[in-house]
Write a protein that binds this ligand. Structure first.
Ligand code: ADP
Ligand code: ZN
Length: 729
C-alpha cells in the first residue's frame, strides 16, 4: 500500500548498504510516499535508497536525521516492492542485495540534462590506426548506438584525444542529445507472417490469456524451427495493444542481435536491449524509460526481470530449460522461476518456450499448473533429422582420434553434396588435461582444484573455473623435463585439427565462445557460416542455441556419453536436452537431416530416448525416477556452500552445522554432508558442501533461516545458500 508521510514523520529507508535492516529517517519538507527514491545521509556520505514504509522507531530519536531529498525518478511500485521482498524470502537473500539488483543503472537521481554524444560520421579517417579502428569497431558493435566520450574511450580502450581526432576528420559526429529519451513505438498494426494452423491456434490461446489480464503460465513447446518465436511475438503484439509492457528473456547475449532484427521486421522498430554488454548511459535510459512507460518491450538477460516496469503484461522466457537462467554468483536465483513469481504478483502472463522443457516445467504442465501448447510440425516442410547411434565399441580408432570411420564417411558425403556437417563436442579448448609424460604430473590451476585446459589457438593454458591463464610452458612445471607435455582428451580445437587432417579439401570452421572476441565478430562468423562459408563446422554448445544454418544436413555428436558421467541430478535431463537441441540443427530447410551419435552405450535409456525421439516417454521415466528418490520437482533441495582459506576449519564448521539440524527436522528435512565440494578449491578458497533435502511443499526457507540464525561464522568464512540448486559443483 502506497502510504504518504508528512514532513517530520518517521520513515524506514532501504538502501543497498550491507545492513540487515532498514534505516529510520524523518520525511523531508513536502513529505514522501512509500516507494519514493530518496537521498539520505549515512555517516559522512549521501546514499540513495527507497522509502520502504513507516519507520521502525527503535532508534534513538535524537540521532535520527532527515531525508536529504526525494529523487526525480518514478517511485518504486508496490508490485516491485512485493516482488523484491518475496524473491528475497525465497532465495534467502538480504533486502539490500535485492535492491541492488533492482537499481543496476548509474546516476538514477541525476536531473534530466543534455549531454554530448558521438556517432559514426560520413567519412573515414584519413589515416587508419589501431586505436581509431577500435573506436569505429566499438560503434559498430553496438549497432550504431551513440556513446558518451567516456564510454567510447572505455569500450575502445583509447584516450579522449583519439576520439577528438576522429571528430576533426569527420569520422565521428558530435551531437547534443537529451539524456534518457523514450524508445520508438512498436507498430503492432503491421501484419506478422501468415501463421500455420497450429501456430495460429496457439497464438489465439495466448491472446485470450492476455485478455484476462490475470496471471497464468504457458509452456510453449515445439522443436527448434517449429515457429515458437513467431507465436510468442503475436502474444507480445497483443500485450502492447493493451498498453502494457512486455519482457523477452534470452539465455545468451549472442542471440540478441538476431532477435532484435526479428522484432524490427515485425514491429518496425527496435526494442530496448538490456544485458551486460549495454553501455551505462543506455542502461540508465532503459531503467528510466521502463519506469515512465517510454519502453514497451525489453529484450534481455535475466537481470531485466528486476527493471521497474509500470505495467508488465507478458514475460517470455525463451529456451526456458537453459541453465544460464540460474545465476550462480552473488544472488543465487533462477530467472525462470522468478519470472513466474513476478507475473503472479502483477497479473501478467508467462510464456516458457522450449524444444526440450526442463523436467520442472514439464511436471507443472502435467499437473495442470501450467497451460501447455505444442507446435507439432517444423515450420515449412522439413522434419526432425533421422537419429542414429554409432556404436563406438565396433569402430576402429587410433588413440588421440575421435571421429569414427562411419562418421567420417558421412561427413565426406555431405561435403561432396555441397552441404554442411557439424561436429559437436561440448568442450572448449584443445584438450581438457595436460599431462607430463616424464613425471605423470597433471597441470592444475594454482588457485583451484581444476586442471588447466590447453587453448592452442590462444597459445595459453586456462582454468575454466576461475579464468586464470598462462602461456603454455615448454617444460613440465613439476619435473622440468622439456617437450614431455601431452594433451589428453579432445576439445573443440583438437577436433578441428582432426577434421582438417581427415577432410583436407574441406573448409573447417570452429565455433566456441572463447574464439570470437566480440559479439559482432561472432555474429559475422555465424552469418558467414550460414551463407555457406564452411563445409565442416566444429562447435561447442554455442551452436546448440538457436542459430539457423540452412545448408546443414548432418550433425555428428562426438561423445554423447560425456554428459551422462558424473552424479549430477540433472545429467540425464541435460544430455537429453542438449542432444536433441544439437540434432535439431540439421535439416532446417528443405532437406531432411541426419544426426549421428557416437556412444559406447547405445542401450542406455537416455541414449535410446534421444534416438527414438520419444520425449514423453523420456520425461515420464525421468519423472518416475525423481519421484522415487523424492528429488525435485517431487522434493526440495537446498545447497549450502561454506568456504574458507582453511580447509580443516571449513570442514569443522560444516560438521557443527550438520550436528544441529533441529529446525530442519521439524519440517521433515534431512541434512547430508559436509563433504568437500566436487570443485574443492576455487580462487584459493576451500569449499565444503551440505545438502538439505525436504519433502515437497515443506517451508524449507524458514527452516534454513532458523537453522542458520544462531550460527556465528569465523572471520574469513563465507556461507552461500542455494535454494533449488542447479549445479552441485
Ligand atoms: P522456433 O522459435 O520454434 O525455433 P522460429 O519462430 O524461429 O522457430 O521459426 C523458424 C523459422 O521459420 C524462422 O526463420 C521463421 O522466420 C520461419 N517461420 C516461422 N513461422 C513462420 C510463418 N508462419 N511463416 C513464414 N515463416 C515462418
Ligand atoms: Zn583456477
Amino acid at each position: 500500500m502506497q502510504e504518504f508521510f508528512d514532513e517530520g514523520a518517521l520513515v524506514a529507508v532501504l538502501t543497498t548498504q550491507p545492513l540487515d535492516r532498514t534505516l529510520d529517517y524523518f520525511a523531508p519538507a513536502g513529505g514522501c510516499a512509500t516507494g519514493a527514491f530518496v537521498q539520505v545521509p549515512l555517516g559522512p556520505r549521501q546514499i540513495a535508497g527507497v522509502v520502504w514504509g513507516p519507520g521502525q522507531g527503535d532508534f534513538d530519536r535524537s540521532r535520527i536525521r532527515t531525508v536529504t531529498r526525494v529523487l526525480n525518478v518514478a517511485p518504486m511500485r508496490d508490485e516491485l516492492r512485493e516482488f523484491l521482498t518475496r524473491a528475497g524470502d525465497y532465495t534467502l537473500t538480504p533486502m539490500h542485495a535485492m535492491l541492488r539488483l533492482a537499481t543496476r543503472a548509474p546516476g538514477l537521481g541525476d536531473p534530466p540534462s543534455m549531454r554530448t554524444i558521438y556517432r559514426r560520421g560520413d567519412t573515414g579517417p584519413e589515416r587508419m590506426t589501431d586505436a581509431r579502428r577500435r573506436v569505429l569497431d566499438a560503434l559498430e558493435d553496438y549497432g550504431g548506438a551513440a556513446f558518451t566520450q567516456r564510454e567510447l574511450c572505455e569500450a575502445a580502450g583509447v584516450t579522449s584525444s583519439v576520439v577528438k581526432g576522429l571528430v576533426k576528420q569527420g569520422a565521428l559526429r558530435e551531437e547534443a542529445a537529451p539524456r534518457d529519451t523514450p524508445f520508438p513505438r512498436l507498430d503492432t498494426t503491421r501484419p506478422g507472417k501468415p501463421l500455420a494452423p497450429d501456430q495460429a491456434a496457439s497464438a489465439g490461446v495466448l491472446r485470450e490469456a492476455l485478455d484476462t489480464r490475470a496471471y497464468g503460465t504457458t509452456l510453449l513447446r515445439g522443436v527448434t524451427g517449429s515457429g515458437k518465436t513467431e507465436v510468442y511475438l503475436e502474444a507480445v503484439a497483443r500485450c502492447l495493444e493493451q498498453g502494457r509492457q512486455a519482457l523477452v528473456l534470452l539465455p545468451e547475449i549472442a542471440l540478441t542481435q538476431e532477435f532484435l532484427s526479428r522484432v524490427e521486421a515485425r514491429f518496425g522498430a527496435r526494442p530496448a536491449e538490456w544485458h551486460s554488454g549495454v553501455t551505462m548511459t543506455e542502461r540508465r535510459r532503459i531503467w528510466k524509460m521502463v519506469g515512465e512507460g517510454g519502453a514497451e518491450l525489453v529484450v534481455g538477460a535475466r537481470s531485466a526481470l528486476f527493471l521497474p516496469f509500470r505495467s508488465l503484461g507478458l514475460i517470455v522466457v525463451d529456451e526456458e530449460h537453459d541453465s544460464s537462467y540460474k545465476q550462480e554468483e552473488g544472488v543465487l536465483y533462477n530467472a525462470r522461476d522468478m519470472a513466474v513469481l513476478r507475473a503472479s504478483i502483477c497479473g501478467a502472463q508467462v510464456v516458457l518456450s522450449s524444444a526440450t522443457p526442463s523436467l520442472e516445467t514439464w511436471a507443472n504442465a502435467e499437473a495442470g499448473k501450467y497451460r501447455r501448447l505444442d507446435l507439432t510440425s517444423r515450420f515449412g516442410a522439413s522434419v526432425m533429422p533421422a537419429m542414429r547411434a554409432i556404436d563406438m565399441r565396433g569402430e576402429e580408432l587410433p588413440t588421440g582420434r575421435w571421429i569414427s570411420p562411419t562418421l567420417a564417411r558421412a561427413v565426406r558425403e555431405r561435403i561432396e553434396a555441397g552441404e554442411q556437417a557439424l561436429l559437436f563436442i561440448n568442450r572448449r579448448g584443445y584438450a581438457p588435461v595436460t599431462l607430463c609424460r616424464a613425471c605423470g604430473e597433471q597441470i592444475g590451476c594454482d588457485h583451484c582444484s581444476a586442471s588447466m585446459v590447453e587453448h592452442r589457438f590462444h597459445k595459453r593454458l586456462v582454468c575454466h573455473q576461475c579464468g586464470e591463464s598462462r602461456p603454455i610452458p615448454e617444460a613440465c612445471p613439476s619435473c622440468k623435463a622439456e617437450g614431455k607435455l601431452a594433451a589428453i582428451g579432445p576439445g573443440v580445437e583438437r577436433l578441428t585439427e582432426e577434421a582438417q587432417a581427415l577432410f583436407p579439401e574441406a573448409r573447417v570452421a570452429t565455433l566456441s565462445s572463447d574464439l570470437h572476441g566480440s559479439a559482432r565478430a561472432l555474429k559475422q562468423r555465424l552469418e558467414a557460416i550460414a551463407a555457406g562459408g564452411a563445409d565442416v563446422v566444429v562447435g561447442t554448445q554455442l551452436v546448440a542455441k538457436g542459430h539457423n544454418f540452412p545448408l546443414l544436413t548432418l550433425v555428428g555428436v562426438i561423445d554423447a556419453d560425456l554428459g551422462l558421467q558424473g552424479s549430477d541430478l540433472r545429467a540425464a535431463e541435460r544430455t537429453f536436452q542438449l542432444m536433441r537441441q544439437v540434432s535439431g540443427r540439421a535439416g532446417r530447410a528443405e532437406r531432411r537431416g541426419v544426426a549421428l551419435i557416437q556412444t559406447h552405450q547405445p542401450d542406455h535409456p537416455v541414449i535410446r530416448a534421444i534416438l527414438t525421439g520419444e520425449e514423453e516417454t523420456f520425461w515420464r521415466t525421468e519423472a518416475e525416477a525423481r519421484r522415487a528418490m523424492t528429488m525435485p520437482p517431487y522434493g526440495r533441495l537446498a545447497g549450502l556452500i561454506l568456504s574458507s582459506t582453511d580447509a580443516a576449519e571449513a570442514m569443522r564448521v560444516g560438521t557443527d552445522l550438520a550436528r544441529t539440524p533441529a529446525p530442519l527436522a521439524g519440517i521433515g528435512a534431512r541434512v547430508f554432508g559436509p563433504a568437500p565440494a566436487p570443485i574443492a578449491r576455487v580462487r584459493g578458497r576451500h569449499r565444503v558442501r551440505l545438502l538439505v533435502m525436504a519433502p515437497r511443499g515443506a517451508p524449507i526457507q524458514q527452516a534454513i533461516a532458523a537453522w542458520l540464525a544462531p550460527v556465528q561464522l569465523p572471520k574469513d568464512f563465507r556461507l552461500a545458500v542455494d535454494i533449488d540448486p542447479q549445479s552441485f559443483l
